[in-house]
Ligand binder design. Sequence first.
Ligand code: NAP
Length: 543
Amino acid sequence: MSIETHDAIVIGAGFSGLAILHHLREIGLDTLVLDAQDGVGGTWLANRYPGVRTDSEYSYYSFSFSKEVRDEWSWSQRYPAGREVLSYLNFVADRLDLRRDIRLNTRVRAARYDEVDNTWTVEIEGGAPVVAKYLISGMGVLSQPIFPDIAGIDTFAGEKYHTAYWPRDGVDLAGKRVGLIGLGASGIQIVPEIAPLVDEFVVFQRTPNFVVETTNDAVTAEDMAWLRDNYDAIYEKAANHPFGVAMEPARFSALEVSDEQRRSIFESKWNEGGFHFANECFNDLATNHAASELASEFIRSKIREIVKDPATADLLSPKTYSFNGKRVPTGHGYYHAFNLDHVRLVDTASTPITAITPTGVRVGDTEYELDVLIFATGFDAMTGTLTNIDIVGRDGITLRDRWNRDGLKSNLGIGVHGFPNFFMSLGPQTPYSNLVVPIQLGAQWLQRALRWARDNDVDVFEATQESEDWWAGETERTGKATVMYTEGKKAKAWFLGDNVPGKPEAFLVYMGGGQVYQQHCRELEESGYEAMRAPSRVAEPVV
Ligand code: NAP
């Protein structure tokens, strides 16, 4: 029986998988995309909880590479809802005729490199294996959900949901007593959306967040016409911004202006909302603790302004870490929701959750009775999807064991030594960014790399050990120069791996700036991919 063979196999049919399929097809590579879900869309298909929407604005949260898609797609809101992003990705799949090379309901169990044939064999749950020269992960960075390790979690007799496994048909929460554990970007989006629907809402908070509120204006036909005329410039702006947003980086320090000027700048960027605050106020909110603390105090003052009950406002105000210590979430009426009489904030930092019981959640000795319990408890970020399946490289070692043994290592988050012809879209140590930018630029980089390999008869790309050591060092060096390190540690941020009990702490993302990262990628390309060409092994003589 002959085995199905392709040039490239991509795992995941989200933003990454779609972009890579399109770009590899353009250079004539026979590419197959496999995805466990029953539709394209990746994270936007999985995360269908109430309130899910982009935290990046529509104008730079989309691909720029297809004129057809740009001309024919129209966004309806400044921060598109999850279902609109999902429609966009379905539109992309249709418009670029991608579906004929996407196989859905296909869960990859393992992938093994064969040194003799220089191929990857991909094992599929309940199906025949497929083989390809190139294996590419587009499995997503925040796609391996985690449940908290709380005693009795399986005993809850009511309805129980994780934000990343939200039922397709939605959940009727009207008139119910609902509890929520988890207040990262996901939980923060849920709160204002479901608060008006439910009878009682108990929000369990362990660590408060600095939420930047925003408004969600309609996108008009004129806005779309303007965007179409300016798309390349906007995309370039985002690509040149450290965090991949189409904004002008701020030029001066929060410490070099008067109190009055600072307040006025904070105020104006707060009014613009969302990522404008973190990116456009001052140039040192991510690098200087005193500056980050000034931003923290401004947001605390906003919380006190919005939330009527002073004790609740105080509880919602982070005090154990400062601004940027966690990925800054965008709010859509988050703080206002706590003014509703039936919304109750329970502090589980001072008195922890002791158990989940059949009827609710116990905090200390107090039991909160609930009909529905929602977990917005996050993900095993950046590495979780890659270590959850067996990706087996040279000498039979899995990626999981390689990283357990040697620490997190990669060249630019693209390749790993010992894993020839394996590439990652948004692998660990890629930029902390609006992700559409590194996804698109990464797909274009890969297109050029694989075309070059074909044109130059190069059969194997494999990151050198030196390149991995260099990049691990760069990632650590640049990361440690930010408050994301000092404050992220205090806040147990996912980008340090600190949100997963037992996960070794490491910078899972590159904090040195998306534009710097892209420069490194260009240099790698200009060098003839030198650092991706580990010396090939010479076969041992047979005695
Ligand atoms: P997250 O930021 O990791 O937040 C998880 C939450 O669960 C935290 O509040 C955490 O509390 C809580 N938690 C975890 N284990 C707990 C336990 N044992 N007991 C009590 N509380 C517990 O996860 P997320 O909100 O899903 O967001 C992850 C990332 O996904 C975001 O930072 C963002 O990058 C991305 N995201 C993006 C969007 C968007 O752009 N639209 C939307 C959603 C998510 P502690 O803080 O105390 O640990």
